[in-house]
Design a protein around this ligand. Structure first.
Ligand SMILES: [Zn+2]
Length: 388
């Protein structure tokens, strides 16, 4: 590796940790937009100091902000983008005051891994690039405040897609698995809700006049489960069911909530078609159904381009004497989804390595912080060799 990168990161180790500590200690979940405004201001200051032209964007009132920016807009090459989120699943104060702490190689605190570590990697990669005089291409950033289950994430996804459009590569600085792997695909989630209408009747006096909505729903539950395709990674889950009123009445209505996780968009289309057929017919004559589906979200499909980018990154690691990165397909969603919609090759899980996100055991490997700053700085240094 370029000795200057190594020296820069070693020399600034304390500063890097201090930034990490400050950001983790700011705290805030997406339910606390006022705290996320404070975080966005902190990020804007830090990235501006590093030379990035930043703006804070509000997609609606009383909702967490997003920060995006660019450094070296006039540079000749296609831009690279680093992205992710600064909200965490934890409300402020969940772990007491000043929760960031280090024990051995483990750093603790809400979001230390998911994914404030990745933001600090981005900041210091940019600073290291400036230090070595990198001017090959613009570097963009985009971090949102509502990734962990935001109710109105659509406009934010559009910004991720637009800001990634035209880039040579995108890196989502999410949590990395402890074993150095980068994520090359994630599953889409789609949820649905159905109402099955039957005919209620006294279960003794008018049995034959009734049409049992729960029984009809039971047929549909089995049918939905059978839409699985384990080989293709399609997992259907009938998740919540409710219906009926009292034991001596035939239930006239039943609601059913279900979800599916998909590796491939073609599978989403297949399941949508089968759901349409399922809910427009019935086993028990006289019952009817209606249903709604959410748009599939959170996923991105592995492609040749994405695998090409992964191989390029791994080759740089080998050449520069860094730890090799494996690759993994993950079940949970991320903002790599919106980024990949742009057609730019994207890798996810580019942040600090660690375990147990979303729990009080969450920790990040402290050494992975310097390791990945060196890694991404080296990758950008070599980016001219990347052929899409
Ligand atoms: Zn995350």
């Amino acid at each position: 590796m370029d000795q200057r990168i190594m020296d820069y990161v070693t020399e600034h180790r304390e500063d890097i940790i201090r930034d990490w500590q400050e950001l983790v200690n700011l705290e805030g979940s997406l339910r606390e937009p006022e705290y996320l405004d404070i975080e966005a201001e902190w990020l804007k200051q830090k990235f501006t100091d590093a030379g990035v032209s930043c703006e804070i964007v509000h997609t609606k009132e009383h909702y967490p902000p997003l920060i995006r920016g660019v450094l070296g807009e006039d540079r000749p090459g296609k831009p690279v983008i680093f992205a992710g989120h600064f909200d965490t699943v934890f409300d402020r104060g969940t772990f007491g005051d000043h929760p960031f702490r280090i024990e051995g190689d483990h750093a603790y605190g809400p979001g230390v891994l998911d994914m404030k570590g990745g933001i600090i990697i981005t900041l210091w990669t940019i600073k290291a690039l400036e230090y070595i005089g990198f001017t090959d291409r613009p570097v963009r950033i985009c971090f949102c405040g509502d990734e962990e289950g935001g109710s109105d994430h659509g406009p934010v996804e559009d910004i991720f897609r637009n800001w990634t459009d035209g880039c040579i590569a995108g890196f989502d600085m999410e949590t990395s698995p402890i074993d150095h792997k980068l994520c090359v695909g994630r599953k889409y989630v789609m949820t649905g809700k159905a109402v099955i209408h039957g005919i209620s009747a006294h279960s003794g006096n008018n049995y034959e006049a009734g049409r049992n909505a729960i029984t009809e729903a039971a047929h549909k539950v089995i049918a939905i489960q059978n839409m699985n395709n384990m080989e293709l990674g399609t997992h259907m889950n009938p998740a919540v069911i409710s219906g009926g009123t009292v034991a001596n009445a035939i239930p006239g209505e039943c609601t059913l909530t279900f979800s599916g996780r998909f590796r491939y968009k073609t599978e989403i289309e297949r399941v949508k078609q089968e759901l349409h057929e399922l809910f427009s017919s019935s086993v028990i004559e006289g019952t009817t159904s209606e249903y709604t589906l959410t748009d599939p979200f959170g996923g991105f499909e592995t492609s040749e381009q994405i695998m090409g980018l992964w191989k390029f990154v791994n080759d740089v690691c080998v050449e520069e004497g860094l730890h090799e990165v494996g690759h993994v397909f993950l079940g949970g969603g991320s903002d790599a989804s919106g980024m990949a919609e742009s057609g730019t090759p994207v890798l996810c899980s580019c942040g600090v390595r660690g375990e147990w996100n979303h729990t009080d055991r969450e920790y990040a490997s402290v050494s992975s912080m310097s390791e990945r700053i060196c890694m991404w700085t080296s990758v950008l240094q070599h980016m001219n060799e990347f052929n899409v």
